[in-house]
Write a protein that binds this ligand. Structure first.
Ligand code: NAD
Ligand code: UDP
Ligand code: UDP
Length: 321
């Protein structure tokens, strides 16, 4: 319980990260308003919070203006998996750009602190490794990932222009691959794909040769980083990388999941998607220094918790539709 109770808006509150954030903020004693259009989020992710008098969910698309009264805003609304954000790429750019303008306009009117869930995708297919915040990135502006990458880059620009022009209190974090319970089983991200395939005994789909790398952060660690970032002094704007700097090739991730599930699934190769970054790993020195933050959940532990979640959902028939 914090000494100061706040009214906090979470956009994308019915999504994977948003639902965990809402849970955490309620546990800290705040009033939470979640806003979501259910494009990739699900009511099931927050159904356990519905009876809480300090929690409210509103169906709304943030590309349209929003007039509510809150003290802080976490802007998470945006599909995060490549499959989902490429499904309607124009809407992806809109949610990032128009959504950011609306949330910044709201924050400006309310003089509220506003947090942006940016992404390691702003670094594109990076030529600097591991990625530090001052690396400016290598993004293909006209490729299939650009709607997301450039949308998030423009959102960062808007945040820093509102900071300079309107003295807004902004908090920008660049999130690296994060996983855990409540990822959508069909959204195509690698951890959920591999786990669901393993639990169903289906082939595990390695894109390319599987030597491309990522670094995976467990959701609870990330949410701790969010809350610490929001609590910083006004001169801390970010951008700050949040992620777990333990890098591994996708083939090794598949092998860990095969071992932890005990599946008989085989690994098969599919073509590598266009512009798929070959390596990615955060340098989290800034988060360590500024927030006193670093991930504590090891990969096997986080994967085991995520496997237990998907196992339960599959057994209960939640994913049959
Ligand atoms: P998610 O797809 O589970 O959640 C996104 C939520 O936003 C969903 O509930 C969706 O319905 C909602 N949404 C989408 N468009 C909307 C709109 N126009 N108006 C209102 N709501 C809308 O994804 P996530 O993993 O929870 O990601 C949350 C945020 O974190 C995103 O902004 C994403 O870009 C960012 N991020 C996530 C990761 C990760 O690894 N999970 C990495 C980098 C950045
Ligand atoms: N806005 C909103 N809620 C508010 C205030 C503003 O959704 O409480 C939106 C509104 O659509 C506006 C945008 O935020 O167009 C940007 O607001 P800002 O005040 O920066 O600019 P302006 O109103 O001059 O366009
Ligand atoms: N990937 C894979 N098999 C899958 C899904 C993804 O090998 O079934 C790879 C993908 O090509 C990428 C990595 O896993 O190199 C991470 O993909 P994800 O979509 O989770 O996130 P990204 O970091 O690419 O946004």
């Amino acid at each position: 319980m914090t000494d100061l109770k706040k009214r906090i808006l979470v956009t994308g509150g019915a999504g994977f990260l948003g639902s965990h954030l809402c849970e955490r903020l309620l546990a800290d004693g705040h009033d939470v308003l979640a806003v979501d259009n259910y494009f990739t989020g699900q009511r099931d992710n927050i159904s356990h919070l519905m009876g809480n008098p300090h929690f409210e969910i509103m169906r709304h698309d943030i590309t349209f203006p929003l007039y509510v009264e809150v003290d802080e805003i976490y802007n998470l609304a945006c599909p995060a998996s490549p499959v989902r954000y490429q499904f309607d790429p124009v809407q992806t750019t809109k949610v990032n750009v128009l959504g950011a303008v609306n949330m910044l306009g709201l924050a400006k009117r309310l003089k509220a602190k506003v947090f942006q869930a940016s992404t390691s995708e702003v670094y594109g297919d990076p030529t600097v490794h591991p990625q530090t915040e001052d690396y400016r990135g290598s993004v293909n502006t006209i490729g299939p990932r650009a709607c997301y990458d450039e949308g998030k880059r423009c959102a960062e620009t808007l945040f820093f222009d509102y900071f300079r022009q309107h003295q807004l209190r902004i908090k920008v974090v660049r999130i690296f691959n994060t996983y855990g319970p409540r990822m959508h089983p069909n959204d195509g991200r690698v951890v959920s794909n591999f786990i669901v395939q393993a639990l169903r005994g289906e082939n595990i789909t390695i894109f390319g040769d599987g030597m491309q790398t990522r670094a995976f952060c467990y959701v609870d660690d990330l949410i701790e980083g969010f809350v610490r970032m929001m609590a910083t002094q006004d001169d801390v704007t970010g951008p700050i990388n949040l992620g777990n700097p333990v890098e591994l090739p996708m083939i090794h991730l598949a092998e860990r999941i095969v071992e932890l599930t005990g599946t008989k699934s085989r690994l098969i190769n599919h073509p590598l998607p266009v512009d798929d970054p070959m390596q990615r790993c955060p340098d989290i020195s800034k988060a360590r220094d500024t927030l006193g933050w670093q991930p504590i959940v090891q990969l096997d532990e986080g994967l085991s918790r995520t496997i237990a979640y998907f196992d339960h959902q599959l057994a209960a028939g939640f994913f049959n539709t």
